[in-house]
Every structure is written in structure tokens, then in C-alpha cells.
Design a binder for this molecule. Structure first.
Ligand code: GDP
Ligand code: MG
Length: 177
């Protein structure tokens, strides 16, 4: 973890969005530091974290922005989206409402972000399968209809988190190359 090499070929800004408490900060913490914080308030105030990965033999620095609680006040501003080439749209598979709000977030994203932004829909907390409220098939169907990538993750168990970032970063890489 951390910077894989000194030379950076690309820097890609990726934003995390979605309702409060879906696990955005934990997904970021898992990806950037391979940590899951029991006290999630620890990440409040942090604007972004980075991690450098090698994609097709190039060093790609992902600069991942987290809303740090602003989503509760609908205060995510256009500055947050500025320059973003990727977005992770997160809901909680155990909270139907967080999935029902996804179209709003998508609208917000399409209003503020670059029209070529690469978007992945993420259903987080798969470790809570017994509390599932959003069928995988519903999300998959929505993602296909909207042209989004889709994965289910668990930041807690570290399932698919790396895959989700790799999917977005590789697609961005392919677009700019
Ligand atoms: P945010 O508001 O979207 O940034 O959400 P947080 O990352 O702060 O997480 C909200 C709550 O969900 C915290 O209590 C986390 O510990 C918990 N959480 C986050 N990811 C997971 C996960 O994958 N599984 C489970 N069981 N809990 C999670
Ligand atoms: Mg957060």
C-alpha cells in the first residue's frame, strides 16, 4: 500500500458519492490503507486519499475524494466533482432507501461532472447478507440500463473493494490511451 513507485504516469481523480452511512469512508480506508475503522469519525475532515497502482505497466495514482459527511446536508458542491474522471456511487444492500436514492445521485453527478466520467455502482455490506434489502438483480438491471459498471462489496471483509477501484481505473486508463 501507499505509493508503488516514485514515477507517476497518471493521476486520476475519483469521487465517492451516495447516502450517509453506506460505507463510503470505509471503502476508501480499505482501499487506501487496507484498514477498516471501527470509529468511522476518524476520517471526517479528510478531503482525499491516494494510492498508486500499476495498470498496463504504467503507474496510476488514484486520488479518491470522500464527502466527509457533507451528504447529510446536500452540500456536495461542484468543486467536489471538478476534474473527476471516475465516480463510485455507493448504496447499502441492507437499506433499500439508499438504493432508491441512487437515481438522484446519478442526476447530481450528471449535472456537475464531466459527461465522460466513468461510473461504478457499488452495493456495499455484502457481509450482512441475512439483512439484504436490495436484490443483486435489481441493481444489475439498473446499472445496465444506465450504462454503469456494477459490483457488490464488503469494506468490512475486504470483498471486491480492490476490484471496484481497478474496474474504474482501468476503464479510465483505456479511455485516455
Ligand atoms: P459513509 O457515511 O458512507 O462514509 O459510511 P461509513 O464508512 O462511515 O460507514 C457507516 C457505517 O457502516 C459504519 O458503522 C461502518 O462501520 C459500517 N460499514 C461500512 N462498511 C461496511 C461493511 O462493508 N460491512 C458492514 N457490516 N458495515 C460496514
Ligand atoms: Mg463518510
Amino acid at each position: 500500500y501507499g505509493d508503488a513507485s516514485q514515477k507517476v504516469d497518471y493521476v486520476f481523480k475519483v469521487v465517492l458519492i451516495g447516502d450517509s452511512a453506506v460505507g463510503k469512508s470505509q471503502i476508501l480506508s480499505r482501499y487506501a490503507r487496507n484498514e477498516f475503522n471501527l470509529d468511522s469519525k476518524a476520517t471526517i475532515g479528510v478531503e482525499f486519499q491516494t494510492r498508486t497502482m500499476i495498470i498496463h505497466h504504467k503507474s496510476v495514482k488514484a486520488q479518491i475524494w470522500d464527502t466527509a459527511g457533507q451528504e447529510r446536508y446536500r452540500a456536495v458542491t461542484s468543486a467536489y466533482y471538478r476534474g473527476a474522471v471516475g465516480a463510485m456511487l455507493v448504496y447499502d444492500i441492507t437499506k433499500r432507501q439508499t438504493f432508491d436514492h441512487i437515481p438522484r445521485w446519478l442526476e447530481e453527478l450528471r449535472a456537475h461532472a464531466d459527461k465522460n466520467i466513468v461510473i461504478i455502482l457499488i452495493g456495499n455490506k455484502t457481509d450482512l447478507e441475512d439483512q439484504r434489502a436490495v436484490p443483486t438483480e435489481d441493481a444489475k438491471e439498473f446499472a445496465e440500463k444506465e450504462g454503469l459498471f456494477f459490483l457488490e462489496t464488503s469494506a468490512l471483509e475486504s470483498t471486491n473493494v480492490e476490484e471496484a477501484f481497478l474496474t474504474v481505473l482501468t476503464e479510465i486508463f483505456n479511455i485516455v490511451n
